[in-house]
Write a protein that binds this ligand. Sequence first.
Ligand code: TXE
Length: 449
Amino acid sequence: MALTVINPATEETIARLDEAGVEETDEAVGRAREAFPAWRTVTPTDRARLLRRLATLVEEHAEELARIESHNVGKPISGARAEVAMVAQVFHFYAGAVDKHHGETIPVAGGVDMTFREPLGVVGLIVPWNFPLNISSWKLGPALACGNTVVLKPAELTPLSALRLAELVLESGIPEGVVNVVVGPGRVVGQRLVEHPDVAKIGFTGSTEVGRGVMQGAAGTIKRVTLELGGKSANLVFADADLERAATAAPYAVFDNAGQDCCARSRILVERSAYDRFAALLIEATRKVRVGNPEDDATEMGPLISAQHRETVASFVDGDALFRGQTPTGRGFWFPCTIVEASNDDRVAREEVFGPVAALIPFTDEDEAIRIANDTPYGLSGSIWTENGGRALRVARALETGVLSINSNSSVRPTTPFGGFKQSGFGRELGLHALEGYSEVKNVFVSTE
Ligand code: TXE
């Protein structure tokens, strides 16, 4: 079967690829399995050198990779450039981590006890379409640093950057078979990886629904899983915040990547006494978001990923909106920046829209803010805007969420842990924490008697 890859900004076909099935997936797992014994014994210095070389190659091909990503996802080129820069930083970080992730000696009676960090073997990495290269690197970096070999499955809609990256992996000198990319449907290739007896772990980013199936499918072989799933994060704005700063930043926390971001702060919770002023400032700031041709350096928001996804997003905005922005006309899966007033019980506040739709919700006091923010099955990210330092930390400790920012909307950095509470998943990506998910601890006792 052929897979057609489309540019969401123009609806043009940009590639046709052969679609892999179960047989090709099994072959890729076989190649990864064969490559494992040699890769796990590459010296830490050499493994670090190879990862560093890969990071440098990403830097050298940054513009090309950014253009591939921009064409395939419809994301603004400026954002795509920033993402590719992060990919290189992630590989640099894990190159540096290779020889710093090590075991310990533990005082025991009658001998010496030591721990080793062992690789898992072949790991399956399943990646979504919203940040294809970025999320691939978050999984590849720690997986390779720990000495695993990999089968990477990009999303059907956005396979192009992963395929180019696989070429750079070979150019870096990382041996053949260590990184294998398989392009095909999730329910075939993804499912096979999840159930394959020779795959030791699945690193998955995607919807909560598919994540649930991954967990179930992995149970058969007691496979390790890391799940980074959906979100419905809150942006809490207290009346004592710098309202202008909060309102200027808020649109980018929802409309970045056209809202197709698991960290989107798509519920904006505002203290009643500041609600009207904040709403006016938010509308003013949202009006300034530049929506249009992703190839234009100044563009801040592009189209949605597909016509089907646009229909899903549209289904969340059935009544009056407080604000609806402009979009280009003609071809492309455009959807305007949209702000709706909501209660936390409304569908728009409960489900992950994954589009540029912000729900504005008032609260009366700190206790109610925390209660509403936590009243969701998700727990991925969030922001707190206040000039009261004590309150900022008090609220941060009370929120059931994995990644928070105070007076900021920043969520991901190569060096800091990223992942969710509750149905946003478990396990951590990025930072040194990610290494835990790609290694096993082995304990060895040596008798001295
Ligand atoms: O995700 P899927 P979709 C959410 C978001 C979005 C919705 C649907 O709300 O609107 O999910 O997006 C692979 N076994 N997020 O349908 O299906 C699939 O091929 C194994 C949030 O694209 O979860 C792709 O590679 N794998 C999220 C990956 O899983 C399977 C990012 C994700 O696809 C599979 C993406 C199966 N049975 C969507 N079925 C975030 N938190 O960032 C599919 N896949």
